[in-house]
Write a protein that binds this ligand. Structure first.
Ligand SMILES: NC(=O)c1ccc[n+]([C@@H]2O[C@H](COP(=O)([O-])OP(=O)(O)OC[C@H]3O[C@@H](n4cnc5c(N)ncnc54)[C@H](O)[C@@H]3O)[C@@H](O)[C@H]2O)c1
Length: 225
């Protein structure tokens, strides 16, 4: 069965792996990578699949509801996999509003556009929201989180992701939009942006830096995942 799936944030670290997986595994699906290409987005991450016949890239900001509507009008997506976000904890401490705009307002924009195009018939539709386990706060030395764990965010980043999770759940409760929220733990691997902990440490070891600090875009980065 053919489907059209929009993957937001597809030029970022995790998104680029998700895009590649879907483009390769489901040649009968049309995969639209929707990304505004912030400092964290890099189309080099997708060079190997950029000419695949089932892959398209749209440079769109999720804060721009007109542009989102144009994309929905053109491609009539069946599903959204929503990864676009401001994702770096240190940056959220320096600039919380950017996180409110992208992670909260951007997500609500995307929900509204999906609702507008899908609400006559939600069958076969899915809004899959990728969130983080950081919405549950800090884990003790033992134990684990479940979907029943109370939300307890502590950074502007996790507070913005928690807020977006609540909106996604509210669109199910209020409008019966089919949604899934997943709250994964830290990821690492190829294409990880070098401000994050593991690539930061590896780069510092390779370059024999004595301090695990570095400045990127004038922001001191201390190495949160
Ligand atoms: N990296 C992790 O370990 C981790 C863990 C748990 C959850 N997550 C979640 O997974 C998702 C992806 O994380 P990541 O590490 O790949 O992030 P990332 O920062 O590497 O990529 C984010 C992508 O979103 C795009 N983007 C940002 N603002 C946008 C906007 N306004 N409009 C359109 N595109 C925009 C960026 O250009 C970039 O390509 C995020 O929602 C994050 O909260 C990540």
């Amino acid at each position: 069965m053919s489907k059209t799936i929009i993957i937001t944030g597809g030029a970022g670290f995790i998104g680029s792996h998700v895009v590649r997986l879907f483009v390769s595994k489901y040649p009968e699906y049309k995969i639209i990578n929707l990304d505004v290409l912030t400092y964290a987005g890099n189309l080099e991450n997708l060079r190997d699949i950029e000419n695949a016949p089932n892959y398209l890239f749209e440079k769109v900001n999720i804060l721009n509801s007109d542009a989102l509507e144009n994309v929905f009008q053109e491609y009539k997506p069946d599903s959204i996999i929503h990864l676009a976000a401001e994702s770096h904890v240190d940056r959220s401490i320096l600039s919380p509003l950017d996180f409110v705009y992208t992670n909260v307002v951007g997500t609500v924009n995307l929900l509204n556009t999906s609702k507008k195009f899908w609400e006559k018939d939600y069958s076969g539709k899915l809004f899959y929201h990728v969130s983080t386990d950081e919405v549950y706060g800090a884990l003790g030395e033992t134990g684990f989180f479940t979907e029943e764990t109370s939300y307890d965010p502590h950074s502007p980043y996790s507070a913005s992701k928690a807020s977006s999770d609540h909106f996604v759940r509210a669109y199910y409760d209020t409008y019966r939009m089919p949604v899934v929220v997943s709250n994964c733990s830290n990821n690492y691997g190829p294409n990880h942006f070098p401000e994050k902990l593991i690539p930061l440490f590896i780069n510092n070891v390779i370059n024999k830096n004595h301090f695990l600090f570095m400045a990127m875009d004038s922001i001191p980065v201390t190495g949160f995942l």
